[in-house]
Ligand binder design. Structure first.
Ligand code: MG
Length: 264
């Protein structure tokens, strides 16, 4: 199976103007490091991606990071960034845009942030402003205070019509619409109209992109797709079982980019 996928990749490399190259960033182009602000993209990968952006229909970095942050990490002005769980798009030379469906919620997110800063920060919580989503962190506070944070965001989220998701020591408020790497993938494909598209990913949220590619092919929007899984110990098993091609780490990703550059 994998030899066939490599053959397909090389074939795409001979007809790049019809192909979209979509990729996750952390764990794919940037090796996983202890904290996200330590991440770096190897210079060789950056060079290969820059070359792809000159001849492919579109190259897009699709990330959970804010779009601006993804641009800073990758350092390539030439590609399209979809950031913040698919809520943001940043095109070459443009400014960050919030997807139209989410825009009506921007003011509500800001209202929640302001109120959380006033009520929760004095108690030891930290409000992280992420544009169209807001995160309230309350690690290292007493159980009583973490409960107050939870109650606050549940009450305010409901009042403002936002979706609330809870993690360990963090709650997040976001617009109540579907936005993920799958919706981002569809947006890029519909906007740039490639005939073929690939996505490289290493984690659970990347499976949404894999599955959306499959749908786009079933709908006849795409003629061919390639789902490339970057295998790691921490990654979910589906990143391997749902992939057409499995590679290991940034070295494997480099091989893929070389093949796309006609040097495989
Ligand atoms: Mg990743």
């Amino acid at each position: 199976m994998s030899e066939k996928a490599w053959e397909q990749l090389r074939g795409w490399g001979r007809d790049p103007a019809t192909v979209a190259v979509l990729t996750d960033i952390d764990g794919v182009l940037a090796p996983i490091v202890p904290t996200p602000d330590m991440s770096e993209v190897p210079e060789e990968l950056r060079k290969l991606l820059r070359r792809l952006s000159e001849k492919y229909r579109v190259v897009s970095g699709i990330s959970g990071r804010a779009a601006e942050d993804a641009l800073r990490l990758l350092g390539l002005e030439e590609i399209v960034y979809c950031g913040n769980h698919g809520f943001e798009v940043l095109r070459p030379g443009g400014e960050v845009e919030i997807v139209p469906e989410a825009k009506p919620y921007k003011e509500k997110i800001e209202e929640l942030e302001a109120k959380a800063r006033e009520e929760l920060e004095p108690l030891g919580a930290f409000v992280e402003e992420k544009g169209i989503t807001a995160s309230i962190h309350y690690r290292n506070v007493s159980p009583e205070i973490s409960e107050r944070c939870n109650d606050f965001i549940e009450r305010e989220g409901e009042r403002l019509g936002l979706r609330i998701t809870a993690g360990r020591g963090v709650v997040e408020a976001r617009p109540p619409i579907r936005a993920d790497k799958g919706t981002a993938t569809r947006k890029v494909v519909e906007e740039y109209e490639p005939q073929k598209a690939l996505f490289m990913g290493d984690d659970t949220t990347d499976l949404d992109a894999f599955r959306e590619l499959e749908k786009l092919r079933e709908e006849g929007v795409l003629e061919e797709i390639l789902r490339i899984g970057v295998e790691s110990e921490e990654g979910p098993p589906e990143i391997v079982s749902e992939a057409d091609l499995v590679v290991e780490g940034t070295d494997g990703v480099e091989e893929v980019l070389r093949a796309l550059n006609g040097k495989g």
